[in-house]
Design a protein around this ligand. Structure first.
Ligand SMILES: [Zn+2]
Length: 96
């Protein structure tokens, strides 16, 4: 039997958290998105609101790939994987 459910909420942080998307700190008092659910395995993770938006943009760019290859902490805050890639290239080219 397979079942899945999930909830998404917005919280104001009461203590520091780490954003699953960019790896940066979510500061106390900052609002963040909280996801929890069950999809073969229990999951719960937290993201900056702009990172949650970036995730949605990325899903639109690559429909159906939601959790395939999702890697924590590899993207820049509020950016999709492609945007992060471009920003990193620009940083390398602009650093000389
Ligand atoms: Zn983030």
């Amino acid at each position: 039997m397979s079942s899945s459910f999930g909830v998404e909420k917005e919280h104001a942080a009461r203590k520091q958290h780490r954003c699953e998307w960019c790896g940066e700190t979510i500061e106390p008092g900052e609002r963040y998105a909280y996801f929890a659910g069950y999809n073969d395995d229990f999951y719960a993770y937290k993201m900056h609101l702009e990172c949650r938006d970036a995730e949605r943009r990325e899903w639109r760019e690559y429909p159906g790939c939601e959790y395939e290859g999702f890697e924590s902490y590899v993207r820049k805050r509020g950016m999709t994987y492609n945007q992060t890639d471009r920003a990193r290239k620009a940083e390398r080219e602009g650093s000389n």
